[in-house]
Design a protein around this ligand. Structure first.
Ligand SMILES: [Zn+2]
Length: 103
């Protein structure tokens, strides 16, 4: 039985649907399956986000209401930088909540 017909190995370390599974496919010259491509893309996104956060340096806790107010009153460049780190969906969620509270 070849690896291409096996869903992961017996140890479960390189099983399909994981980043390790994606790299197993690549090592064996295979086209990664959909589950592995999804896991790889999520892992890559998370690594990039972690790298961006590491570049920024020290983290602080800020009340969501204050962060949102600062975000809404900042330049477009600063808003985009904020979205890059915290995510567009997350910032949209904060703005919606801010709008509901201040309506
Ligand atoms: Zn796979």
């Amino acid at each position: 039985m070849s690896d291409s017909t096996t869903v992961g190995d017996r140890s479960g370390v390189n099983r399909c649907g994981t980043d390790a599974g994606y790299h197993r496919h690549r090592r064996h010259g295979e086209t990664p399956c959909l589950a592995c491509r999804g896991a790889h893309s999520t892992a890559t996104r998370n690594r990039r986000r972690a790298a961006r956060v590491a570049d920024i340096g020290r983290m602080v806790n800020v009340p969501a209401q204050i962060l949102t107010r600062l975000y809404l009153n900042s330049t477009v460049d600063t808003q985009e930088a904020t979205e890059e780190v915290l995510g567009t969906d997350f910032m949209a969620e904060l703005v919606d909540e801010f709008d509901r509270r201040t309506a």
